[in-house]
Design a protein around this ligand. Sequence first.
Ligand code: UT7
Length: 338
Amino acid sequence: MNTTTRTDSEPQYRAAITAVGHWVPDDVLDNKYFASYLDTTDEWIMTRTGIRERRILRNGATSDLAVGAARVALERRGWTPDDLELIICCTVTPDMFFPATACVVQNKLGAKNCWGFDINAACSAFLFGLETARRFIESGAYQRILLIGADKMSSILDYNDRNTCVLFGDGAGAVILERSTDENGIRDSYLKIDGSGGAHLHMKAGGSLNPATVETVEKRMHYVYQEGKQVFKSAVVEMAESSALVMERNGLTADDVAFLVPHQANLRIIDATRQRMGLPEEKVMINIQKYGNTTAGTIPICLSEWWAAGKLKKGDNLILSSFGAGYTWGAILVRWAF
Ligand code: UT7
């Protein structure tokens, strides 16, 4: 397939984000905390990642983060949970293997008129969910969708592994999708997976390959395993190239793009993407210093914070971009609708 030209025909209906919300727990872990018991420093973490602190959910599960974000989005839209037709929950830290966290969220919200499911695409899950929700709306099948990116990363981190525990935090963002009434909305997407990258970022046990045993626990196999340098190299290339590709095949120059909305894994990856797109620093949403990497939460949390600060205007071109475990990656062009 030629990816440098658009293959989509104009949809009968266009999908638009019409509300945003986010929720993070109050508890903060700053870099000094890690430096107090691990061989690390605030300076190393800041210069290598851009992270100063992250939020931790002490009591509760991913669904609690998700419900917090969902309630904010629903309230801002002026809807009740019963207005929803579909709930999609993007997460790599579900409350349980099954049922889907979307079902837990539906029950906690008391949403009586919907169905739903989870999407597992790690750090790219929100983009994969956005593409899925968009197609449901474009087909005419559904008109009122709640899409959530939520992760309680603290539940799968080894707090004695300095390579991973400093990188992640807990948080959730949510968006509502409806039919657009104009040309604004989700305009293009370029998404990819490459399972050969799985070896570099995964959780070794707990699934059907290595079910939980005393041995898997003793060998510390129930935590995030990451070969950071390998992942870094691929992330820099793929986030930058997919963002530039979506820009170019939609005829957008740096002047036409209001914001890059990047997955927040590492400030240096974000900066490489920005430079490839030719954007100035002020056109990039960055909050990694406050939250670290909240996996499926990063992009919708950014959207919610920037909208709440009054920095988004109707008609703004946003390029959402991510790279994560799988590997999974891609970019989506959103023309802001409200
Ligand atoms: O969101 C999903 C996708 N994930 C990502 O995009 C993450 C991609 N990777 C990264 O962000 C970076 O690779 C890291 C931040 C994880 C690591 O940065 P790096 O510049 O690639 O460092 P490195 O892995 O090459 O490690 C350099 C050194 C190593 O020590 P030796 O082997 O050279 O002696 C590490 O052990 O830094 C060491 N190191 C640390 N030192 C102090 C690793 N973590 C720490 C730490 N504090 N927390």
